[in-house]
Design a binder for this molecule. Structure first.
Ligand SMILES: C[S@@+](CC[C@H](N)C(=O)[O-])C[C@H]1O[C@@H](n2cnc3c(N)ncnc32)[C@H](O)[C@@H]1O
Ligand SMILES: [Zn+2]
Length: 339
């Protein structure tokens, strides 16, 4: 077996490293996984699927792609590029985007820390398809072409985030930061133990035992979750009684082997200027599925909506000297996130 170390996927059947040979990923026990023509590999065994088409469906993926490509969340992406660069200036090895959606954040961050190998997976096939499509649209000028057409930014996004880098458009420059894409689950990450320097989790599920298994000692997790004012005006348009978002229990009750090291905020205002933009934002949120057809109808009659977005960016560290195999799932969940 050639040197694969931290730069390879792991076989979901026997846990040996996979190596790429032409259009297949193979392990030493001859389990093989075809690369789809779009460029990803499916490492989610069918017996581990809880439904026929797990994760976000094509409609949700398309709505989120349209919304993100319009640039409404660009300040968040730029802040994530800046943080990744700050934490990983001298780092080598690999990093992972777990639950990467359409890869809108992944590709830009991969380019800003191009010295590391990037892995990204999502349980949704339509989402991973969209990642591959997006990657193939990165053009020769070094920019993601979909963002080049973005006219929404100037007039609609007013960033008030304190950590924004004034030269942040540099973060969009492409070097050779390509990404390995896969269909897989956060509950069973197809990567080797101690192989990752960073895991990114944006509005996605965190599985601490799995994250700790694949993270190196002192490896970091960057998590993005909603702050209390997130989409507050959108929620006021839907509900009579709007409560602040609660911090997710997974982020508040940390296991012993995970240490919180930093909390940053990113908040700004977005102006949606058409029913279709309002629809796309709504379709990205759980509210879309919670409201009645009547409420959806009411919202669809609105021509514009200005709403605050409020993101909590939390950075955690994997404490060294915890055992690296076998018992992760049994470790107790204790501790608190510092505010
Ligand atoms: C709210 S979206 C966020 C996507 C992306 N990180 C972003 O911010 O644009 C959550 C994503 O998690 C994926 N997902 C849900 N359960 C998952 C699991 N068990 N493993 C991996 N991905 C999962 C969904 O398919 C969806 O793409
Ligand atoms: Zn195998």
């Amino acid at each position: 077996m050639p040197e694969t170390s931290n730069k390879s996927w792991q076989c979901p059947h026997c846990r040996l490293p996979l190596r790429k040979q032409q259009q297949q990923w193979l392990c030493a026990q001859n389990h093989s996984f075809d690369c789809a023509r779009q460029g990803y590999v499916n490492l989610l065994p069918s017996h581990k699927k809880h439904s026929k088409q797990p994760g976000d469906n094509a409609e949700m993926v398309q709505a989120r792609s349209r919304f993100l490509d319009a640039g409404f969340y660009l300040p968040l992406r730029q802040q994530l590029c800046t943080i990744s660069k700050q934490y990983l200036t001298d780092a080598k090895g690999a990093w992972l985007d777990a639950g990467c959606g359409e890869g809108w954040y992944t590709s830009a961050i991969a380019q800003s820390i191009a010295q590391l190998t990037a892995f990204a997976f999502d349980i949704s096939k339509p989402a991973i398809n969209a990642c591959c499509k997006r990657n193939s649209s990165i053009n020769d000028t070094g920019f993601v072409s979909t963002d080049m057409n973005n006219t929404a930014m100037d007039s609609t996004v007013r960033a008030s985030s304190t950590a924004l880098d004034s030269k942040s458009t540099d973060d969009e420059l492409v070097s050779n930061g390509s990404v390995e894409w896969a269909v897989a689950s956060v509950a069973d990450i197809p990567l080797l133990e101690n192989s990752q320097t960073m895991i990114l989790s944006i509005f996605s599920r965190i599985d601490w035992p799995e994250f700790a298994r694949v993270l190196q000692d002192n490896g970091i997790v960057i998590s993005v979750s909603p702050g209390s004012d997130h989409l507050i005006e959108l929620r006021q348009a839907i509900y009579n009684d709007v409560r602040p978002y609660q911090v997710d229990k997974t982020l508040n009750e940390l296991p012993d082997y995970i240490e919180p090291i930093e909390l940053q905020r990113c908040h700004f205002e977005i102006k949606l200027k058409s029913p279709s933009e309002i629809h796309d934002l709504l379709a990205m949120t759980p509210h879309y599925w919670n409201i009645s057809p009547q409420q959806r109808e009411q919202l669809s009659e609105r021509m514009h909506l200005t709403t605050r977005v409020d993101f909590r960016i939390q950075i955690f560290r994997h404490k060294p000297s915890f055992p690296t195999s076998g018992i992760w799932k049994n470790l107790s969940n204790k501790g608190n996130v510092s505010k």
